[in-house]
Design a protein. Sequence first.
Length: 258
Amino acid sequence: MARIRKPIPGVDPKLLIKDAGKLLPDPTRRLFLRGGASLGALTFLTGCDIVDGLSAEKALRKISEFNDGAQALLFSAAKLAPTYPQSAITRPFPFNAYYGPDDAPEVDGKDYALEVGGLVDNKKKWTLDELYALPEVSQITRHICVEGWSAIGSWQGARLSDFLQRVGADTRAKYVWFQCAEGYSNTIDMPTALHPQTQMTFKFDNQILPRAYGYPMKIRMPTKLGFKNPKYVVAMHVTNTDLGGYWENQGYNWFSGL
Ligand SMILES: Nc1nc2c(c(=O)[nH]1)N[C@H]1C(S)=C(S)[C@@H](COP(=O)(O)O)O[C@H]1N2
Ligand SMILES: [Mo]
């Protein structure tokens, strides 16, 4: 549908778009330019309705602060992480946490009940039997840790997007936050939560997830670095507030993904 734009007092749209283009980091800049670099795209990226000089300045300020957010908005569900054959699985698969393997949480599966909160219709808790009954998907993908190692693993579980739909999550919300048994936490953007390879993982290599790898549940996101993949997850909240995370709060790049 064609839309006639009124002139914006005090703003030359051509210059504004040029400035925005200069401020944007790649690859967002390339996508912005390729997509027509319009006022509409700028409005979409910043969430600012550009009606005057003040809001135009605000949009530019946002863009310059905004590398993570701009990338997240352009994150495409069509972009899949590479998958591998069985023979490529790294054995033994490495353990990693901010403590040694002996200090990994020991979650009692019998008492386990996943808390689901925030912007969802159904806040009932989920037992392991209920979670195990969800339709299963499987992936063999590479896990990449910022500490300088990577490994290929095989993970089975439920699609997080299916689960979010099932609990009536408001998928227009910005984030999903995860809380882990030992206090680790994570916030991810909704596009990543809805990505087809983002998985609520209950098994490693078709066996119940061992304690080392996050029993009873981890969130597997092959489009994100290792530290964005929380293990021992006990709660999940759909939210419009960025609740940060263990490493994010210590300055790690929030988006940390493809
Ligand atoms: N609960 C919890 N989840 C966590 C961590 C942690 O310390 N606690 N470490 C993260 C990091 S940095 C990495 S690389 C992976 C390691 O997962 P793995 O032990 O299955 O290889 O878990 C991530 N998720
Ligand atoms: Mo990591």
